[in-house]
Design a protein. Structure first.
Length: 216
């Protein structure tokens, strides 16, 4: 079994066990606190299933949908069908830190494909790969969903994306690849401008940031 296949196998087994555990916990809570749930489960399992129907909630469906061509599950699909190609990438990595990131990425993406991102974050957290700043520079803008970053207002972007960039230093690779004062940065995929702002703080007045975003 190849290295990538072994990682996928481990992540699949762990994900399924976690899903089973959470499902049992949910069952216990619902059976304990809701007579309606007991009746509903009986109708669902022993009556509706027999005629090919099944009742669930939209959040469960959305959280477990797998789109082989999508961004999240696409890599999982690739792990399954082209493990040898991923092994070649692994063999090219020259340090243990990079290899740890490779292992994390395969397991994390596999878990997203099998379960969902919430479970993936719990089983394979990204925090061990990156350093969280002690004090966030992201401030909530009063009476709106916008944020203030370094005295500038950032509109229409999720806080978790801002935290990945500014608090977790997502674009500082282990102090090996890092934008510093006077650098020229090409940001191909600037989204709503949070990453150009991040790089501008790194390169300073002597540096330049070229930012491109093909989507409107």
């Amino acid at each position: 079994m190849s290295h990538t296949e072994q990682l996928v196998k481990e992540a699949v087994e762990t994900s399924l066990k976690e899903l089973e555990k959470r499902y049992k916990e949910l069952q216990e809570k619902m059976y304990k606190y809701s007579l309606f749930w007991i009746v509903g489960r009986f109708i669902n399992d022993y009556i509706l299933h027999r005629i090919g129907l099944h009742i669930t909630t939209s959040t469960i469906v959305e959280g477990n949908m797998i789109d082989p061509t999508g961004n999240c599950a696409g890599s999982f699909w690739s792990f399954l069908h082209k493990p040898n190609g991923w092994d070649k990438v692994y063999q090219m990595l020259g340090d243990n830190y990079s290899k740890d990131i490779f292992d994390w990425f395969v397991k994390y993406r596999t878990t997203v494909g099998i379960a969902n991102s919430a479970i993936a974050n719990d089983l394979y957290p990204v925090k061990f790969l990156i350093t969280l700043e002690e004090k966030s520079i992201i401030k909530k803008y009063i009476l709106s969903n916008d944020f203030i970053v370094n005295s500038l207002k950032v509109k229409r972007i999720r806080r978790d994306l801002l935290r990945e960039t500014f608090d977790y230093n997502k674009y500082n690779y282990h102090n090996i690849v890092e934008a510093t004062s006077g650098d020229v940065v090409i940001d191909a995929g600037a989204y709503r401008g949070d990453t150009p702002l991040y790089f501008s703080l790194k390169v300073g007045e002597k540096g330049i940031v070229y930012a491109f975003e093909p989507d409107n």
